[in-house]
Design a protein around this ligand. Sequence first.
Ligand code: NAD
Length: 256
Amino acid sequence: SLKGKTAIITGSNSGIGLGIARELARAGADVVLNSFTDRDEDHALARQIATEFGVTARYIQADMSKGDQCRALIQTAGACDILVNNAGIQHVCPIDEFPTEKWDAIIAINLTSAFHTTAAALPLMRKAGWGRIVNIASAHGLTASPYKSAYIAAKHGVVGLSKTTALETAGQGITCNAICPGYVLTPLVEAQIPDTMKKYDMGREEVIKKVMLERQPSREFATVEQLGGTTVFLCSDAAAQITGTTISVDGGWTAL
Ligand code: NAD
């Protein structure tokens, strides 16, 4: 059980981050949710988790594109046994047309934020003699596709940062790994299904299997619950010697 541990999950008011927060709470951890907004519904998500799983749950606003706010998130939480760097955005465009401000935002949110939160969390983890850092990379942290240069560069960077963090914390009760999801069914992806159905004049199942999951041999989405379960495993005693590596949850994408 993760009872008594505090987990901070960046970018966790929707999708994978929220799914991971829920599974960590189910395993007994107190959780800190985060995004850049500060709406009633953000705080309501934390209240819902607290009620459902009987843990302490808070929502702390911090913009992961700003280094000082990344560090402030950890300081404000006051404890950080488990850090999940999940916040991320995407932009699809050929390199020679890629807007510089999009490149900068993707590198800041998807990569540099993990540097800042890790730097702020490590002293707390070393003091406790225990810590788990789980970085949400992507199948695109290991392979590439056209038109996603910033995202792929950032995700490959996250894998490299995870390895370096593992080496600097080895033997200190702290591990750092990267999870590499393939296509995950999040509200964001769900929302793309109707348009894609129209574009290809296909039914829901056909568009999912033939178009969206073309590169995922299982032809099945990974779920946010599965990503949460993988994170809980990496926080378990069984995973104490798993560090500096990647775990793919991609239905075979990177085996191709
Ligand atoms: P999502 O859009 O539902 O979640 C992204 C989260 O990041 C949201 O909570 C959003 O509020 C937050 N966020 C965005 N900008 C932020 C900022 N400046 N500061 C703080 N928070 C910010 O998408 P998702 O699919 O759940 O993605 C979560 C992570 O998983 C991302 O890093 C993404 O690259 C990665 N991933 C997703 C998939 C997939 O198929 N959905 C596959 C591989 C990797």
